[in-house]
Ligand binder design. Structure first.
Ligand code: NAP
Length: 305
């Protein structure tokens, strides 16, 4: 694979940035990759494990001379970081982000960027419940989707170049508008996370009654909820605060469906339950057929991190 950018700056050195770095190295996609994280501890870890060609102690140093800047920080601070780097950006530079929410991030970041800078928001649909600089791995994005959300009037050449980078990293790339992205992600990721957090919270309350049995006899359903509910609290707090409307819309629908199922259970309406579960089972088959998971009993995670 050939080099797509001469100088890439990764701002924030957590799961996503570190996975991007290892994947860029694997594919030889960038000449030099600089990295910056706000804490000295994370920068020291990055240096220790060889994460980034050059770890910088200031944002300015990391961004200087870059032709691609990737914002890999929680969505709630994207605007503040963009404001800090703005004076260092020259025309022709591409700024992208990997945030899980798009309309709010665009509203935060776009006003800071100077004329001539290409702003191309993005979101790789891949992650784990782990965070921090040590959690990344080159294969995270392989055969996963990366959604690009170009704002109106973006240079198609700049979009094509960023697309080449993500394809080199291993992802399949598609373009989408921000509102649609936020609604789709509310259904596929944000609401499910909230439901997992809730279920684990309920079990934790109950644990006080049943002693440690919830943990001791933890079965597949609950275990999977706990994995999701172990995700980074900062990231997920920010997701719900910034994708408020779409998440509330989906949670409203979820509550209605839950009430219908609750009624079916109370009335002994087995037909309703059976039909519902038959319909949902087909969705699982569709995901496997689309190559987004395997049918393995461990949900295909054994081979991944
Ligand atoms: P992470 O592992 O927790 O890393 C976050 C990084 O951001 C850390 O280097 C942290 O620095 C830095 N940071 C945190 N708060 C900051 C602030 N106020 N100012 C400057 N830097 C700050 O997070 P991640 O999982 O890589 O997520 C990064 C982005 O990717 C988020 O926007 C998230 O929505 C998105 N995303 C995540 C996933 C996922 O599953 N994890 C999937 C797709 C997209 P320190 O280490 O110095 O604190």
């Amino acid at each position: 694979m050939s080099q797509v950018y001469d100088r890439v700056a990764l701002i924030g050195l957590g799961l996503i940035a570190s996975s991007m770095y290892w994947a860029m190295k694997r594919g030889n996609l960038a000449g030099e990759v600089t990295g910056y994280a706000r804490s000295a501890e994370t920068r020291a870890t990055a240096r220790e494990i060889g994460l980034c060609d050059r770890v910088c102690d200031t944002l300015a140093e990391a961004v200087e001379g870059a032709d691609l800047v990737v914002l890999c920080v929680p969505v709630g601070v994207m605007g503040a970081v963009a404001g800090e780097i703005a004076p260092m950006l020259s025309p022709g530079v591409t700024v992208t982000d990997v945030g899980s929410v798009k309309a709010d991030v665009i509203a935060q970041v776009a006003p800071h960027l100077p004329e001539g800078v290409h702003f191309i928001p993005g979101h790789p649909l891949a992650g784990t419940e782990h965070s921090g600089p040590r959690s990344g791995f080159a294969e995270l994005f392989d055969n996963r989707w990366c959604l690009l959300v170009p704002v109106e009037g973006t240079d198609p050449e700049a979009v094509a170049r960023l697309r080449r980078l993500w394809e080199g990293i291993g992802a399949n790339v598609e373009e989408m508008d921000a509102e649609h992205h936020d609604l789709v992600l509310a259904v596929t990721s944000h609401a499910p996370h909230l439901i997992a957090y809730t279920m684990v919270g309920v079990a934790d309350d109950l644990r006080r009654v049943t002693d440690s049995e919830v943990v001791k006899y933890s079965a597949a359903g609950f275990r999977d909820f706990t994995r999701i509910a172990a995700s980074d609290p900062t990231m997920w707090r920010d997701v719900f605060l910034t994708n408020k409307e779409a998440t509330l819309e989906i949670l409203g629908r979820f509550t209605e469906e839950l009430f219908a199922l609750q009624r079916a259970i109370r009335q002994g309406d087995g037909e309703h339950l059976f039909d519902y579960f038959t319909r949902t089972r087909a969705i699982r088959r569709g995901i496997i057929e689309a190559g987004q998971d395997t049918a393995a009993p461990d949900f295909g995670r054994a081979g991944r991190k």
